[in-house]
Design a protein around this ligand. Structure first.
Ligand code: CUA
Length: 346
């Protein structure tokens, strides 16, 4: 399927040709019926015109076969659009399990991006080609919309929740990134560039910034101490707060059960009283206004990494998984967990 519609942007993601094909089909069907209707209007206007002043039309008799045909045929055509569109929609909005995650925070008027490995960027998003990338997105203020025309994908970025968007870039290059939701004075300036790179170049790019930038999970570990989360949520000591088992079901004080996913952890940081874990009293203060969306994402990454790693230091501070992996691969840890200083947020 290597066709391209005139006036349409480059096809640079795996799904782009499929979207274009459906679009082409919609345009073709519309064109066909537009032309057909215009021709019939013309032909009938000439053929059935009044030929002399006293001519009277013959009475119209119902033709059921004809009426059923012109109802059923358009229905069938519309259903092909519905089924085809639905299949593509599910493909577009269901990220594959093995997709690599990158975090996006929208803010009037910029895109802040963090790679789990640590690199941060503003209004630029570097991605490798040939790999599924899932963006986890939220907003600091109003609704924005993350739109990459060359990838044929777009998703709202909404304050108060995480939305996801995924793609697999197929062609190295630089592509436009737009905000596609009117979000205030400088909405039109909320633009950027997606840089699709060969995986090797991407790895090099990731590493080129890693020396000064801690991974999201390690930054999260520092925040966990800085905000004193560790005082109460300490799995090694009998503490006041519950452990946070990422992805596991949690029994709540009101008898219901929730999955400790990203939304739940985010809500518990900002509104600790909303869903209190069974057996605990609601004594945790809210962090609303004291913590940015980026920091929440980093803390969640840290909590995730704790649950992936069986290693727990004797001091009781769980070791983020990444540090362990780095040590195993190279013999020496590449990045030390430094406490005390937290890198400035962009
Ligand atoms: Cu952000 Cu428009």
């Amino acid at each position: 399927m290597n066709f391209s519609l005139p006036f349409s942007p480059e096809q640079a993601s795996a799904i782009a040709p499929h979207i274009d094909l459906l679009y082409l089909y919609l345009v073709a069907v519309s064109l066909f019926f537009t032309v057909l209707i215009f021709i019939l209007v013309l032909v009938f206007a000439i053929k059935y015109r009044r030929k002399y002043d006293t001519e009277e039309p013959r009475p119209v008799k119902a033709n059921y076969a004809l009426e059923i045909a012109w109802s059923v045929i358009p229905l069938l055509i519309a259903m092909t659009m519905f089924v085809w569109g639905s299949v593509l929609f599910f493909k577009l909005y269901r990220p594959p399990q093995d997709a690599d995650e990158i975090f996006v925070v929208g803010k009037q008027w910029m895109w802040k991006i963090q790679h789990p490995e640590g690199r941060r960027e503003i209004n630029e998003l570097h991605v490798p080609v040939g790999r599924s990338i899932k963006l986890k997105m939220t907003s600091e203020d109003v609704i924005h919309s993350f739109y990459i025309p060359a990838f044929r994908t777009k998703m709202d970025v909404v304050p108060g929740r995480y939305t996801h968007l995924w793609f697999k870039a197929t062609k190295p290059g630089r592509y436009h990134l737009f905000c596609a939701e009117y979000c205030g004075t400088d909405h039109s300036g909320m633009i950027g560039t997606v840089v699709a790179m060969e995986p090797k170049d991407y790895e090099r790019w990731l590493e080129s910034g890693a020396a000064s930038e801690l991974s999201a999970a390690l930054t999260g570990a520092q925040l966990f101490e800085k905000h004193r989360c560790i005082t109460c949520h300490n799995p090694a000591s009998a503490s006041m707060g519950p452990e946070i088992p990422f992805g596991a079901p949690v029994k709540l004080a009101d008898g219901s059960t929730v999955i400790a996913d990203e939304e739940y952890i985010r809500e518990s940081i900002l509104r600790p009283n909303a869903k209190v874990v069974a057996g605990y009293t609601s004594i945790m203060p809210t962090y609303q206004g004291q913590i940015t969306e980026e920091e929440i994402i980093q803390i969640i990454e840290y909590i995730k990494s704790m649950n992936q790693s069986p290693a727990v230091e004797s001091a009781g501070v769980p070791v983020p998984a990444e540090r362990v992996i780095d040590t195993q691969e190279n013999g020496t840890p590449i990045r030390q967990l430094e406490t005390g200083s937290v890198p400035e947020n962009a």
